[in-house]
Each structure stands twice: as C-alpha cells, then as structure tokens.
Design a protein around this ligand. Structure first.
Ligand SMILES: Nc1ncnc2c1ncn2[C@@H]1O[C@H](COP(=O)(O)OP(=O)(O)OP(=O)(O)O)[C@@H](O)[C@H]1O
Ligand SMILES: N[C@@H](CCO)C(=O)O
Length: 313
C-alpha cells in the first residue's frame, strides 16, 4: 500500500486550480510504489500521476522534476511533469512537495523479462545517458562509495564472520578502482524492472527518477543489468545480459576504461543494493516507509560476479 497521505476530492480540486488542466473527473490511489504517495488523476484534459513526496524535501524535488522534463523533451521515453500557471513543476499539497506528471501507458514487468524487453531497456538507458549530457544541474550520488563506507560501518558489527569478511574484501577491491576515472553524467541509478512500463515488448517509459544523480554511466548500466538479467542463484543470464548491453552500446559504446573496469563495476552495483537492503533490514525505523527487500538477493549477485567475472573483449 503506498497511499501514505490521503487526499480528499475537494483538496485535489483546489490543487488543480493552479494548473490549466481542466476539471477533476476521477482519481484513485496507486497501490504500487514504496516511498511516495501516488494517485492516478483524470481531468477533463487528460490523465496524470500525482506524487506527494514523503521522504524528499522541497530543496531536492526540483532537480528530479527538471531532469524529467529535460529528458522527456529530448525523446527519452519518460513522463514529462506538468507546470502550474506560474511555470513551476513542484507545488505543495498536504504539507508535502507534490507534482503532476503525464500518465504513461503500459504496465510494469512481473517476473522474468524477455531478451527483447532487455534490449528496449538497454537502448533507453543509452538514450538517457546521451540526452542527459547537456543537463546543467549536478547532484552527487547519495548512495555512492562514501555512503558505502558509512553503511558498512553500521552493518559490519551485526554481520556474521563470513559476510563481514566478504564486505570488507569487496570494499577494498572497490577502493582500488576509483569510479571517478569512468565517464560520468546523469544516471537513473535505480532502473529496476519496477521502474519501467511496457506495452508487450514495447517500452512506454521509465519512471521513478528519485535516485538520479551525476555518476559513472557504466555503474548505471550495471545496476540495471543486475536486476534485469540475474538468475535466482545470482548468476547473470547472458541470454538477457548480452542483448541489453549490446543495445546500450549501439547508442553509447563503452570507452576502454569502462570495458577494463566492467567486472568491478558490476560488483560495485551489487554491493550498493546489498548494503542498502542490509541497512533497511538491520535498522528498521519506527514509522519508516521502506518496504524491506531481501539483501541476500544482492549478496548472491555479488558472489556470482566475484566467482565468474564478465570480461569485455
Ligand atoms: N508516469 C506514470 N505513468 C503511469 N504510471 C505511473 C507513472 N508513475 C508512476 N506510475 C505508477 O505508480 C507506481 C508507483 O510509482 P513509483 O515506482 O515511482 O513509486 P514510488 O513510491 O515513488 O517509488 P519507489 O517504489 O521506488 O519507492 C508505479 O509502479 C506505476 O504503476
Ligand atoms: N530498487 C531498490 C529499492 C528502491 O530504490 C531495491 O530493489 O533495493
């Protein structure tokens, strides 16, 4: 359930008066999603998604909305935010930052994606990286290597000896390969299967840009690939991984440094989600909205990358 903040009809009608979007016809809470409150909103002019940001503050929301607008205007399949009459994408509703974005067609992928869907996502990620290169704002990755170190310091005392040794060894390995050496720009940073909508094999759009930041492109490819192309035992399914990477590289070929560092980048991307899921599991906060996902899924992916590196010729 992800309607944390209830919006009454009269409140939404008042909210909509700030926009040129016609009058309210219908609205309905969206049950998917974890961090924010989302509603489908239909007006006399069209269909939209209303998001009330539960965890992101008014200082940070404009970066994400400006980026979504920038990418959508450059042909990246994604939802454009709607501006109010003063040209602002962000407003406040129920004391939370709030925004309306275009409603995309299609639905999320449940289960194993097809190689064709993996190609679609690889191509779209390449488009996102190319299009984002001109975006003037920058934002550090809140879940980058400095956060890995801080998160590890919290979880290490609570891990068993084997996991603690794995975590320490992986952090050392990653530290020996600075990510700053890789080409950087705007990245989505959380392009999991639940953040893409499809109509059959056709991608209708990418959503949930709320971890987007400036970081290594290859890292973004690795985050995506780990979720879209891993098997239950953590090993990559190359029948999905290779089409995804080929479709990405048809848009934006890897540089030599990306090819050389690829196995380490895949490991780093797995480490990031092993750590964030461990923090959520070991330090659940009262009233916290985060639904805890299984950390072991990403430990298995990390172990598989360590056992079977994927060198790029
Ligand atoms: N622009 C859109 N068009 C159509 N449906 C959307 C759109 N944005 C979001 N949705 C729907 O709302 C659901 C929740 O969106 P989203 O994944 O952004 O949730 P969240 O709570 O903001 O993020 P997270 O799940 O990562 O915490 C999606 O699964 C999708 O069904
Ligand atoms: N995609 C993340 C959660 C939301 O960022 C995960 O699966 O751990």
């Amino acid at each position: 359930m992800s309607v944390y903040t209830s919006v009454e009809r009269h409140e939404l009608e008042t909210f909509l008066t700030a926009y040129d979007l016609g009058t309210l016809v219908d609205f309905e809470g969206i049950s998917e999603g974890i961090s924010n409150t989302n509603y489908f909103v239909t007006t006399s002019r069209g269909a939209y998604v209303l998001t009330l940001f539960e965890l992101i503050g008014c200082d940070d929301v404009p970066y994400y909305l400006d980026l979504m607008a920038y990418l959508a205007e450059r042909g990246v399949p994604s939802a454009h935010p709607l501006a109010d009459r003063d040209g602002r994408y962000m407003r406040v509703l129920k004391e939370r930052p709030a925004a309306l974005v275009q409603k995309l067609g299609g639905r999320g992928i449940r289960g194993v994606p097809s190689p064709a869907q993996c190609m679609e996502i690889g191509r779209a990620l390449g488009q996102l990286h190319l299009a984002g290169a001109g975006f003037a704002q920058r934002r550090d990755n809140d879940r980058g290597p400095p956060w890995w170190q801080a998160a590890a310091a919290r979880v290490l005392p609570l891990l068993g000896a084997t996991d603690a040794a794995l975590l320490r060894d992986e952090l050392d390995h990653q530290a020996a390969h600075p990510r700053a050496l890789l080409p950087q720009g705007v990245v989505h940073a959380d392009l999991f299967r639940d953040n893409a909508l499809f109509d059959g094999e056709r991608l209708t759009g990418l959503i949930d840009f709320y971890y987007a930041c400036t970081d290594a492109y290859a890292y973004d490819v690795a985050v995506t690939l780990n979720d879209w192309c891993s098997q239950p035992d953590g090993r990559l399914d190359h029948a999905r991984a290779e089409p995804l990477l080929a479709a990405y590289q048809a848009v934006r070929p890897f540089t030599p440094s990306e090819r050389d560092g690829w196995s380490t980048v895949l490991r780093g991307a797995a480490l990031r989600f092993w750590l964030s899921r461990l923090v959520d599991q070991l330090f659940p906060m009262a009233g916290e909205l985060t639904y805890i996902k299984d950390p072991d899924e990403f430990k298995r992916i990390l172990l598989a990358h360590r056992a079977e590196p994927w060198p790029l010729a």
